[in-house]
Ligand binder design. Structure first.
Ligand code: ADP
Ligand code: MG
Length: 263
């Protein structure tokens, strides 16, 4: 641990010089280029940036779903690169929750079965109080016996959020969790993620390109071209928009805000 990092808050995850290069030769893409970020425990952090800036690669590397080309990822005090396959599998299962844009539910299972699947695979019984708390918080009580194709997108994403929280992970990562949802369903998901931080002490990192979604968070990290270029605390949607405008060329230069609104 080096002294230039903030030492007053506990660190849930940290990247040091995180670099990810895809392809080689002419096809080489530097998706992440020396990223240093600290994610603070008990905070709701947003990751923003234009399409292709490395947001998904960053959260995939931090969630042990992808491996860095160089640099280091710590989850708490655990350096991911030091873990063998079995320990990595257990870490993904026990200490990380992930919410995907496309929900990624098992279509043949009910909502309840989907929510409990990671614990079932681990051979563990859910804590009944925690299960009841999560189900109540996502408002899914009357949908538990439904299958994904019998639920709206917003309901499916609430199932995915409940699934991500069941193991009480150290961090929940969400990659554009509201990207497929209308504004009402988005607001429900964002309120739930915020509540999981405020009321349950969860640590959440959410990729988004939506300033309104970012305004639910405590802190926004801005990426561009695989680098952290800015950061904003206590964001409002207006301040996020202003910061995005300052970071990217405006209309008339050919690459304006439109680029920010594509997935
Ligand atoms: P974002 O989520 O901000 O849109 P990504 O992290 O998905 O950005 O991608 C960052 C860059 O890395 C982009 O140029 C993208 O095309 C490239 N990239 C991402 N994944 C792969 C991959 N599996 N193979 C090759 N290039 C990739
Ligand atoms: Mg992405």
């Amino acid at each position: 641990m080096t002294s230039h990092h903030d030492s007053t808050r506990s660190i849930a995850a940290r990247t040091v010089g995180l670099t990810k290069v895809y392809g080689r030769g002419d096809a080489e893409v530097r998706a992440l280029d020396g990223v240093n970020v600290d994610i603070f425990a008990g905070e709701f952090t947003a990751v923003m940036g234009p399409s292709g800036s490395g947001k998904s690669t960053l959260v995939h590397c931090m969630a042990a779903l992808d491996t860095p080309t160089s640099g280091t990822v710590y989850l708490g005090d655990t350096e991911l690169a030091h873990l063998k396959d079995k320990a990595l599998t257990e870490l993904r299962r026990d200490r990380i929750g992930f919410v995907f844009q496309a929900y990624n539910l098992v279509p043949t299972l009910t909502a309840e079965e989907n929510i409990l699947l990671p614990l079932a695979i681990a051979g563990r019984k859910p804590d009944p109080d925690w299960y009841a708390t999560v189900i109540d918080a996502v408002g899914l009580g009357d949908r538990l016996r439904h299958r994904p194709n019998e639920m709206s997108g917003g309901q499916q994403q609430r199932v995915a959020c409940a699934r991500a929280l069941m193991s009480r992970p150290s961090i929940v990562f969400a990659d554009e969790p509201t990207g497929n949802l209308d504004s009402t369903a988005s607001a429900e998901i964002l309120a739930f993620l915020k509540r999981s931080v405020r009321d349950f002490g969860q640590t959440v990192v959410m990729v988004t390109h939506d300033p309104v979604a970012a305004s639910y968070t405590d802190r926004v990290i801005f990426l561009a071209d695989g680098k952290v270029v800015d950061e904003l605390r206590a964001p409002t949607s207006d301040r996020v928009l202003a910061r995005m405008g300052a970071l990217h060329p405006g209309p008339g230069t050919g690459v304006g805000h439109a680029a920010l609104h594509t997935a």
